[in-house]
Ligand binder design. Sequence first.
Ligand code: AVJ
Length: 334
Amino acid sequence: MTSLLATVPAASDSAAPAAATSSLANHVREGLRKPFKTLSSMYFYDDEGSRLFQAIMALPEYYPTRTEFGLLTTHRAAICAALRPTSTDEHFYLMELGAGDGLKTKILLRHLLDTGAKFTYVPVDISTAALDGLAAALQAELPDLAVETVVADYADALTLMASRPGRKAVLFLGSNIGNFLPADRHTFLRRLRQPLTSDDRLLVGFDLQKDPRQIRAAYDDAQGVTAAFNLNLLHRLNRELQADIDVANWQHYTDYDPLTGAVRSFLVSTKAQTVHFAALQESVSFAAWEMIHTENSYKFTKPLIETLAAEAGFRMQEFFTDERAFFSDVVLAP
Ligand code: AVJ
C-alpha cells in the first residue's frame, strides 16, 4: 500500500489540527456576521460528530444509508460492469471521494476482486487519520486489494490522478452531493469533469424526493440523535474556540421544502443571548428565536439529475434505484 499527499492547504499531516481550527475560526467569524447567520455542515464531523453520524446511520428513520447499501448489493454486477473497462485485463483506478468506513464500497470491491478485475482502490479524504484507519481495515479484510490513499481536496485528487495513465472510475456515494447549494454543486461537478476523459466514469449517490414526512423524519428523529449531531457544532465551538455557549438555550429545527427539494437544518436560539468566543476575541449576539442555518440536504428526481449532469458536461449512462425508489446511484459518463 502506498500513499500520496497532494499539495493543498490544511491537508498536511502535522499542520492538520492547527489549520482546521484557524479555518473554523475564519468560518465562524464570517458566518456569524451574515444577516442570516450560517455555519457549514462541513464542521459537524469532529470525533464526536463522526460518532453521532454513525448513530444516525443506524436510526430507523434514517433510510439513505441502508437503502443505498441494499441497492449496491442488488445491482453490484451491473454497477461494476458500468464502471470497469470492457477488457478484463486492463488496469483501472477506482477512486472514492470521502470514503468513510468503506462499508458500502466493500460491496463493489469484493465483486470486482471476485470477478478478476485489475484495479487499484484510491480512497480520497482530507483526514489522514480516516484514510489510515480505512486502509488498515481493508488490508486485513481484503488482503488482495491494491490500495493507494490520497490526502487531498476532492478536485485536486482527480487532477493529481489524471497524470496517471489508465481509466478512472470515481465514486461519490451517500448523497454527499446533497450538501451543496445548487450553484456550488454545479461548480463542483464541472471541476470533477475537467480532468476526466470519455473512458472514465463517475458513480454518484442521490437521495430521491418522496413522502415529505418521511424525508423530514429522517432529519428529526424521535430519539434526538440528529438534534445532538446538530447541537454538537455548538459544543465544538466551546471546545475549539473557547466559546461560552449554553447549549441548553438552543434547539435543533429542521424543515423540508418540496419546492426546492431542500432539507434545511437550523440551530435556534430560544432567548436573547450574547456568546463570547475567547479565541476570536469577539462576542456575537442572538435575538430570541434567531437561527443559525447549519445544513442543506437536497433531494432529487431523475429528470433533475439528468439536467444537472448535462449542465456539468456529463450524460446519465445508467440510473440504479431500489424497489421503493428512495435512493439512486447514477453512472455518469463525460
Ligand atoms: C452525510 C451529508 C449524506 O445529508 O443525509 C444526516 C448528513 N445530516 N443527518 C445527509 C446528515 C443529518 C448526511 N450526509
